[in-house]
Write a protein that binds this ligand. Sequence first.
Ligand code: MD6
Ligand code: FE
Length: 220
Amino acid sequence: MAGGSPPVTVALPDGVVHLRHHLDETAQQDLVNRILHAIGEEFWFQPTTPRWNRPFSVRMSNLGTLGWVSDRRGYRYQPVHPESGLPWPAMPAALQELWREVAGHPALPEACLVNLYRGTARMGLHQDRDEHDLSAPVVSVSLGDTAMFRLGGTERNAPTRSFPLASGDVLVLGGPARLAFHGIDRILPGSSTLIPGGGRINLTLRRVGQPLAKVASTGS
Ligand code: MD6
Ligand code: FE
């Protein structure tokens, strides 16, 4: 289409899908209301790094039958809040519908990790590899302030690129990009008024799956 309007998407590595403004303003507002209501005050927690126990700059919560947590004992999925021991709030149906729409995977996600960024919060370059079922993608939803997302390859030292994730954007990391390194360099404070008190909420929908069955042993 020579002379046409500029492409809506730029080339991304295989397995990466960036759906800009996939959720309209109404859907974004509705989702934020539901999530903040479900989490309330009591289901936020302050993750800390394995071993050194240093606080992350983001606050976290989870929705669903499993939630991702990090503390000095390491990274893991568990069905309850790390301090209260209460089961995580349910995952809103709208998120399961979003997964069905974009994930291309038959099983539903058990976990939705909720990351809250305020001020100078950021997220270092990492891989999402605590799930047993790596055949399912991770589906991310951005709400509130725009973030600068950094995406690399499956080796930590591979070249990276960065691009903005705005409110309502959905990003899917699957297939050959499932284990791509990625992180958030910074958020652009004040770029959205969606979140009460400002900042950004990122949701990541994860299919955790079962540990691979142990090889059947005879006897005992
Ligand atoms: C964030 N996102 O956007 C952090 N992980 O705040 C992630 O860590 C992420 O966007 C897996 C797949 C997509 C993501
Ligand atoms: Fe991630």
